[in-house]
Design a protein around this ligand. Structure first.
Ligand code: ZN
Length: 280
């Protein structure tokens, strides 16, 4: 249920393998199979890329990049060359050390900035080991670091419906999701749920693809469009909402006390932090 960056690898997959992946509902099995397929092509080195920062997840300083958008998605999204470039960078710039993509790095950067910590995300569990963190779908590559928290809960689709979270009010200090909100039929309700399960003055931090130069539009009534990889048809990869510059209004309408856009690299690496109010 996220925009992944597997497209260039999967484009070359045999159809029978792609079909098998489509029907595998167990996320661990899917991930293991994806990893094995990716490793089999490991001799095809990605080009080295530059970034004006160290990886906020692990402090790595070596980056690689792949292009992830494909013509059908570009047409359905109606994005221009500049937007294609920054979406490709956000989804394709990869830390060679920990494997995090730019969107995960932006999310990690936003969390550490909100906590006022000048540390890599990998050190967060040492500083705040008791943080209760809900991860709604795998937040990019951050799961590897979140597992160090005893209070980490991973809620994965379809076992958990983001619009109906099975947790008590104020159960978590931090809620994270990455490139998930655009796939939820009612994103405001999903944000309401994330805020409901967050303690007062805790926060929800997330990424979603944002086209910064236009407003949000629903894809209701438009032809199906899917993220993930070229040829995807899984319901959880279908795009329900294309977010734009007014994303802040959606977050505040859901009941957040504040909505902050935190930029690691604008416009490709931006994350959103929504603080839960104390008034609920
Ligand atoms: Zn890294």
């Amino acid at each position: 249920m996220m925009v992944t960056t597997m497209s260039s690898q999967r484009r070359a997959m045999p159809a029978r393998v792609r079909g098998a992946l489509t029907h595998l509902r167990d996320r661990d099995t899917r991930d293991a199979l994806r990893s094995a397929l990716t490793a089999a092509r490991a001799n095809r080195r990605r080009p080295v890329a530059a970034a004006p920062f160290r990886c906020p997840c692990c402090s790595g300083d070596t980056f690689e990049t792949i292009r992830v958008l494909w013509p059908e998605l570009i047409e359905a999204w109606n994005v221009g060359p500049a937007e294609v470039d920054y979406i490709n960078r956000g989804q394709g710039l990869t830390c060679a050390t920990c494997g995090s993509r730019l969107r995960s790095m932006a999310l990690a950067h936003a969390v550490m900035a909100k906590l006022n910590l000048g540390l890599p995300f990998s050190a967060l569990s040492l500083r705040h080991p008791l943080l209760r963190i809900l991860e709604v779908n795998r937040a990019g590559e951050l799961t590897q670091f979140l597992r160090a928290f005893s209070g980490h809960v991973l809620a994965e689709y379809p076992a958990v419906d983001m619009m109906r979270l099975p947790y008590d009010d104020q159960s978590f200090d931090v809620v994270l999701h990455s490139d998930t909100l655009e796939h939820v039929p009612d994103p405001r309700r999903a944000m309401c749920e994330c805020l409901r399960v967050t303690r007062p003055h805790g926060f929800v931090a997330f990424t979603t693809p944002i086209i910064h130069g236009r407003l949000t539009r629903s894809r209701l009534g438009l032809p199906d469009s899917f993220h993930g990889y070229e040829g995807a048809v899984e319901p959880d990869l279908r795009v329900e909402t294309e977010f734009g510059a007014d994303l802040w209004a959606e977050v505040l309408a859901a009941g957040a006390a504040s909505c902050e856009f935190v930029s690691l690299e604008f416009p490709a690496g931006v994350a959103v932090v929504a603080e839960a109010t104390s008034a609920r």
